[in-house]
Design a binder for this molecule. Sequence first.
Ligand SMILES: Nc1ncnc2c1ncn2[C@@H]1O[C@H](COP(=O)(O)OP(=O)(O)OP(=O)(O)O)[C@@H](O)[C@H]1O
Ligand SMILES: [Mg+2]
Length: 327
Amino acid sequence: MKADILKLLLQSHASGDEASFRKAALQLAASESSAGHLRVADEIREIVARMPPTGGQRPRAVIDIAAPRGELADILEGGHRDERLRDIILSGGVRDLLLRVISENRSRDRLERFGVSPRRRLLFHGAPGCGKTLAAAVLAGEMGLPLMTVRFDALFSRFLGATAVQLRAIFAEMPRRPGVYLFDEFDSVAKARGDAQDVGEMNRVVTAFLQLIDADVSGSILVAATNHVELLDRAVFRRFDAIVPFEKPNRAQLAELLLLRVGNLGLTEDQAVELATEAEGWSFADAARACDDAIRTMALADRVAITQGDIVDALEDLKKRELPARK
Ligand SMILES: Nc1ncnc2c1ncn2[C@@H]1O[C@H](COP(=O)(O)OP(=O)(O)OP(=O)(O)O)[C@@H](O)[C@H]1O
Ligand SMILES: [Mg+2]
């Protein structure tokens, strides 16, 4: 794979195609990242960033190389991510697991010397708004890889036969473009197994998906996320190296979220703990929404510090609007 990138580098240099040269250099950086050579990757990215802009064109942003083109463009969305572990609240066990997965992937060479590979097929499950998608972005951000999200809705709007072909195209992309591949709403594949009109055809899609997971040796990280883990059968579970639960936040975690979101605007720890009681039973996403509403109120009032009242009002307001995710 690296040989392909090196060839592309040389070809684009030989033909004076600066844009392709830049793109290939960034692909090389991504490939080094995924091999665990983070420092080399950073150094390559710095060199690219220092390259002068050419032909009146602005230098391509890093996100450009991650953005899929052609036939994959409408089923695969991608980009580099800024999210880091400090941006997500996780229970101890899940944090430890993600940290471990990150370090295993950073030390891939060392593991492979002993005949084992890093765990890289993860199944995230849990209630809506509890951090599954965010955690995939954090993995990508921490590892310096683009997050490539597979849009299952787009995948399924076509003929089933075409769906299997598209899935294959995505898996073919994985070794070429190292990244964190997020199969979001993954259950739409598994769920469809029983209730599709043409069950035989759908089974072929699911079987193709499972076979593709088995056959994938790309080194890319594969994350499948679902709200309905109970719908998945054993054949699906077996394919994953780790099953990761995302649970609804407890009171302490809600307080932590409030501090993360508005601690820099003057909310104190005591206030956060008190407010968290009001939001008990909410998801992280609901509480984050209340924080954003409170910030809006603060900004409109031309203040630069948030009051406990701003947040109480926002919570009350959201409660009135009957957030579905609330108990
Ligand atoms: N664990 C968390 N820590 C901090 N913020 C969180 C957490 N979970 C969710 N959020 C906030 O809520 C938003 C939505 O969460 P996210 O999209 O990750 O939920 P999800 O579990 O993927 O939900 P769904 O099942 O609906 O896809 C995040 O962008 C973030 O602002
Ligand atoms: Mg999600």
